[in-house]
Design a protein around this ligand. Structure first.
Ligand SMILES: C[S@@+](CC[C@H](N)C(=O)[O-])C[C@H]1O[C@@H](n2cnc3c(N)ncnc32)[C@H](O)[C@@H]1O
Length: 332
């Protein structure tokens, strides 16, 4: 999906906590230009370079960046690390170093007198510390002189068949905002067909020949699943999605559950056979274009690709929020 902006924009951005650049693609689809990125994990940097080439500088650890070394830019995009806020994380939150990255980002905003930002984080931030962490972040952004509009949304409603609840923050420097002009949040769109995403041609069947299949059969017999599912029944339904969670098995139709960074294990049925959800398919389910997903296929280990896709921002969601920011800028 690529939305055409009604007016051209000359917005230049830096991609912080870049991961594999889901945010970057969303903004580039709107005609914005990336002038650098910041990422520390070597495997992510490798994929990022495969996708986008070597032209832009990686400014590395954002907590160590001297803002004077950054070029001028208008917008910051950052899906800041979520481990400490995530409902599956340790819930150590703001006390943990990784919880502090938001303050590193705010320091850069202030030093560069930045105009706009789009930030993303997990749903768990909302009730972390009984809402205190969210309040601290919103207060810090307010003190830094930003008007912030935020919303919890699911990728499922913005163009991919993946349940993925994330908070998106859109910020505009207060002196640029005219009072009374509302920010409009993006409207949900129709969910696309799941089968158009589960298209990997690679031989990833999951059957009796594979050792993991034995483990799966045992898993069906564990205390949570025993008596609830049979292989024959599951295999009857093409595109049935099977999430082999730590405890009980969950089934999904027409969509996949949130792709994760750690512990993978999403299976689905195609042509009467079980298949593993592949890294290629995971990238498509995060809105990455087929050309890029194809480009990286086989170049990095499948487990890494699954993790990297699970860590990314959904391209489509960044794009619709970016579009609403451009509309807002054009009104103020
Ligand atoms: C939730 S992910 C964001 C993914 C990314 N926005 C995408 O679409 O692929 C957070 C990323 O921040 C990176 N990161 C963590 N600490 C960092 C730091 N101090 N400086 C730069 N990047 C950092 C992690 O390696 C991880 O890739």
């Amino acid at each position: 999906m690529s939305i055409q902006t009604t007016q051209n924009n000359n917005i230049e951005f830096i991609d912080f906590c870049a991961g594999i650049g889901g945010g970057r693609i969303g903004l580039e689809n709107l005609g914005m230009r990336c002038v650098g990125f910041s990422e520390i994990a070597p495997s992510y940097i490798r994929t990022y370079r495969e996708f986008f080439g070597d032209d832009e500088t990686n400014y590395g650890n954002l907590m160590k960046i001297d803002s004077k070394d950054l070029p001028d830019f208008d917008l910051m995009i950052a899906g800041f690390p979520c481990q400490t806020f995530s409902v599956i994380g340790q819930r150590t939150g703001m006390k943990d170093y990784r919880g502090q990255i938001i303050f590193g980002l705010i320091d850069i905003m202030k030093a560069k007198n930045l105009k706009y930002f789009i930030l993303e984080n997990v749903k768990g931030l909302l009730n972390h510390g009984s809402g205190e962490s969210m309040k601290i972040i919103l207060d810090a952004l307010d003190q830094a002189r930003y008007k912030v509009f935020w919303k919890l949304v699911s990728s499922l409603h913005y163009g991919v068949p993946q349940m993925r609840e994330r908070i998106y923050f859109v910020g505009v420097r207060k002196d640029l905002v005219k009072d009374g002009i509302p920010f409009e949040f993006p409207q949900p769109v129709k969910k696309p067909e799941l089968k158009d995403y589960l298209i990997d041609a690679a031989e990833l069947e999951f059957d009796e020949k594979k050792r993991a299949y034995e483990t799966f059969l045992k898993y069906l017999e564990n205390k949570y699943n025993k008596g609830k599912f049979s292989v024959e029944q599951l295999l009857k339904e093409d595109y049935l999605v099977i999430d082999t969670r730590q405890s009980d098995l969950r089934l999904y139709r027409g969509m996949v559950p949130t792709l994760r960074t750690g512990r993978h294990g999403i299976l689905y049925v195609r042509d009467g056979k079980f298949r593993r959800l592949s890294g290629y398919e995971s990238l498509l389910l995060q809105g990455f274009p087929k050309e890029l997903a194809q480009k990286i296929k086989g170049k990095i280990e499948e487990v890494s690709l699954l993790s990297q896709a699970g860590n990314a921002m959904t391209v489509n969601v960044v794009e619709v929020f970016g579009k609403k920011l451009v509309d807002f800028i054009n009104k103020i």
